[in-house]
Structures are given as C-alpha cells and as structure tokens.
Design a protein around this ligand. Structure first.
Ligand SMILES: [Zn+2]
Length: 519
C-alpha cells in the first residue's frame, strides 16, 4: 500500500554534517539496511562528488537488495557556464547508479546573484537542464529548493519561477527547504500551500531545527498537502540539526493518523533511534521525545497498581507503540516486549510463555548494568538468547592470549598470540597488526581457521570504543563495538571491560561465534 506521506531519510548525507559524526562506509551500509528494514521509502546515501567515501558507499550499496527503500544520490545543479553532460559532477552522479537523484538548486534571488554570481535566467536554466538530464536517464528526480521560504518572502515571483522550472523539466517532487531553519509554522504553511496551488508535482518538505521548530514546520507543511518529509534519525545535522524523523514518524502516524511507515515498524522506533546513536558513537539522549528513556518515566512513590493506573492517564500515548516503556514500575519484566520483538527478528521462537524468557531478560539487565548495549550489537544479543535456549556447548574456547607492542619512535607494531581449543584439540598462533586489536583479530582468526576455514572470509570493518563512566569508587569501563562483514552482510558485537584489550577480545570472539552460528 502506498503511504500517504513518504519518509526521505538524509541521515547519511545532511545528518553526517553534524558535529562529531563521522560515519565509515560500513556504518553507512548498516544504517541503510536498518532504515530499509524499518520501512523508510528513500535513503539519501551521500554526495558522490563530495568525497571518495560516499562514492564507495554507492559502489557497495548497489549490490544490496532493499525491500522497501530506494537509494538517492545528492548533488547541486550543474555548474554555471557548462553544458550539463560535460559536468564532471553529473557524470559521478550517474556512476552512483541509484534509482533516485536529488538535486539542490537556488530559489533565493539574493543567493543567485551574490553567492552563485549567475543571472536569474542562468540559474533557471541550470535547474531545468540538470533535472531534464536525469529524467532522460530515467531517474526519479527530486528537486530540493534551497532557501525556499526565505527566498519566497524576499522575491516571491522568482522563487515560484525556480519551482516551475523544476516542474516543467520533469521533477517528480519539489522539496521546499527551510535551509536556515529560522521559519515558523505559519510561514511554512502559507508558502507551502501557495506552492501547492501553483504546482502539480508532489511537494516535499525539508526543515532544519535552528529555532527548535524543525518537526513542527514539517508537520505544518504536511497539514497543507506536502507528501514527503525529509529529515534525519535523532535529528542529526549541522548546527542544531535537521527535522527529527524519530519525532515526525510517530507524530504523523499516531497524531495525524497518516500512513508513512509500515504499522509494525512503529514499535521498533526506539530501537532504530538507539541503533543509529550507537553507530554514531553517541550516548542516546534520555530526553528525546517519544524514544528517550525518560520520555515515559514517571515519578513513582505510590502503590504499584495505583501508579500504573495513574501513569497511563498522564501519558499522551501507550509507550509500547513506539517501542518505549513506562519507567515507573521497575519490574523485572519491563522491556519484555522489546526483547520478544528482537528475538523474533533474529529468528528465535520466543513467546511470553517461554520459560527461558525470564533468565534471558535477567541476563540482559545484568549485562546492561555492567555497561553493555545491544542496540547495535545484535549478534551478541543473538548469542545470548541462543545460549539460554539451547544450552549447547561453545564452539571454541580461548584458552589464553598475549598482546605486546614494540615501537622505535617512528613506527610501531603489535603482536598477539592466541591459544584456542575446540573439543580438546589446541591451536596456538601468532599474528602482527597495526594495533593491538588488529593483531588480536588476526591471531584469533588464524587459530580458529584450522577448525573453521570459513572464518578466513570475515573482515573487521569497524571498531568503536566508548568510555563508560564508572560509578563512584570503580574504575571507568571501556565498551568496544565492532562490526564484522562476510562480504554479504555486517553484524555488530560488543564487549565491556575495564581493559580495552579484554573488551575487544570479547567482541571479536562473539563475532566469530556468530559467524559459525549462522549459515
Ligand atoms: Zn538540509
């Protein structure tokens, strides 16, 4: 069924402009797959001309099959004074081989004359030529009209002329952008409805959160007929960020009653939000609307049943609708529905009546209190569940390891030895690496490859370290999150210890054990 409002995610492009965000190619692939599984319609992967990393993402992503999402490549209009087919940027966009191309162009006459230093007509030609070029290549083309609202307020006729140029050239959607993020919902609604009355192409909305109204502005546009919302998970983006999709999606679905993502996805919203935070190496914001851990936390203090009854009357929705939970009763069953949903997704047959559910939840809680996070470490979670369900023996044991490092000021090399065993048979290997984890990974993999040759195909594609504040009187702990790839898919595993090497080894061992568990 076609949704009433399409969600266009730009976490990987506009979102990655946010301070402190630096996604690797592996990160981008994992986020893209997660967004697709969630049911997002469009994923803007990056700007192929802007950096080699984005190009590599497009090379890799085209080999993946997405169920829901179409991938978009982003760029500006052709440069001035050059034919569109001669423009290097346009060629790079085609090389990305995405079904969707999103082109940003100038709406505001001030920017045309002062920033672009082009004539008003040249700008219109740049918009039209570029869109037509990609329509001729049978792409879905969205036109991001930069500074739509500020431009319209300043020179309404010219702004409209730019949108009409895009429409006439065949754009599949005209996306009005509040690029500076300073507009209020009234302005957004007035100008969007005017655009709607003058254009027949679908209208999209792209807002920024500079005055805290990114989400409100997107909703204002939808209310007057916009049918595509662009934004980022958790509102990542330059300055104060973009329109936050983790707020827009539930607002559209639960408050405006408009279809946007598959119904079943909504209860995975908190998981999606935390997953992306983990990949970005951010601590999830507890006060994030809808998905933050305090979003439905109530001050307790009354008898448990009364609190539960009352809490509901103080909530705008049932928190489970977005995968969140009420935090007034700290019962050992809270978070149960999340774990059941996750187990199902990982392929386990777990129901509320499964006797192992209680020990699984207890184990997760225990590990979380030690600093583990499983949102981006689904492979570690799968192993944990499997261990409780099947009680089977570990496929291998790490009997011992040693890591050392030598340096001479100019360069350094690490060496690791690992002793592993499988059913009383031992393997003892040594490997060198650029760093301790790299060396450890090499040694462990070699030790185990004697028993399990398929492990040689694995690659460590990403490695993240986070220091977790220790409670008073205890040392700070290190959480290591690693991403492993077998060339077809990636998975995440986690380790926590006061020692970074120990934490890394846990995550590495989990990643190999997971590879052995799956086909
Ligand atoms: Zn933007």
């Amino acid at each position: 069924m076609k949704p009433e409002v399409d969600i266009y995610d730009t976490t990987l492009r506009d979102g990655s402009q946010g301070e402190g965000i630096n996604f690797s190619v592996a990160d981008k692939l994992r986020i893209a797959e997660k967004l697709d599984a969630f049911g997002i319609q469009y994923i803007e992967g990056g700007w192929p001309g802007s950096n080699p990393k984005d190009m590599e993402f497009f090379q890799q992503v085209k080999r993946r099959k997405f169920r829901n999402a179409k991938v978009a490549a982003f760029s500006m209009t052709r440069r001035k004074g050059i034919a569109v087919e001669k423009d290097e940027l346009m060629r790079q966009l085609l090389e990305a081989e995405t079904p969707v191309i999103t082109i940003v162009g100038k709406t505001w006459l001030l920017h045309v004359t002062e920033v672009l230093r082009a004539t008003p007509d040249e700008n219109l030609a740049m918009i039209a030529d570029t869109i037509k070029f990609f329509k001729d290549h049978r792409k879905i083309v969205f036109y991001d009209a930069e500074h739509s609202f500020d431009g319209y307020k300043d020179e309404p006729e010219y702004a409209l002329a730019t949108w009409q140029a895009a429409e006439k050239a065949g754009a599949d959607g005209i996306v009005l952008c509040d690029t500076n993020g300073g507009c209020v919902p009234d302005d957004i609604a007035r100008i969007t409805s005017l655009a709607k009355s003058k254009l027949s192409a679908r209208i999209g909305i792209h807002t920024h959160n500079d005055i805290g109204l990114g989400v409100a502005n997107a909703i204002a546009a939808v209310n007057v007929g916009a049918t595509q919302v662009q934004g980022t998970i958790n509102g990542y983006g330059e300055r104060t960020g973009n329109c936050n999709l983790t707020s827009v999606i539930p607002t559209l679905a639960l408050k405006l009653k408009k279809t946007c993502v598959p119904k079943a996805s909504l209860s995975k919203l908190q998981e999606l939000s935390h997953f992306v935070d983990e990949i970005a190496n951010f601590k999830p914001d507890p006060r994030q609307p809808w998905v933050g851990v305090t979003a439905f936390a109530h001050k307790g203090g009354m008898h448990a049943h009364a609190v539960e009854r009352l809490a509901r009357s103080y909530e705008h929705i049932n928190p489970e609708l977005v995968g969140n939970s009420r935090r007034v009763l700290v019962s050992d069953m809270s978070g149960r529905s999340n774990v059941l949903a996750k187990a199902k997704e990982l392929g386990f047959k777990l129901t509320p009546d499964t006797p192992e559910l209680r020990p699984i939840l207890a184990r997760i809680k225990e590990l979380e209190s030690q600093g583990f996070e499983f949102e981006a470490a689904e492979a570690s979670l799968a192993l944990l569940i499997q261990k409780q369900l099947e009680h089977r023996e570990l496929p291998f044991t790490v009997e011992g390891y040693h890591v050392s490092m030598r340096g001479n000021g100019m360069s350094s090399v690490c060496e690791a030895t690992v002793k592993a065993s499988v059913k009383n048979e031992f393997s003892h290997t040594v490997a060198e690496g650029d760093g301790p984890v790299n060396a450890l990974d090499g040694a462990l993999r070699q030790a185990l490859s004697k028993f399990f040759p398929k492990l040689l195909k694995l690659r460590l594609t990403d490695y993240k370290v986070r220091i977790i504040d220790g409670a008073v009187g205890t040392a700070a702990k290190t959480r290591v999150l690693i991403t492993t790839s077998n060339g077809k898919r990636e998975w995440g595993t986690v380790g926590v210890s006061e020692n970074i090497i120990t934490a890394s080894l846990q995550a590495l061992a989990d990643s190999m054990e997971y590879a052995l568990m799956t086909k």
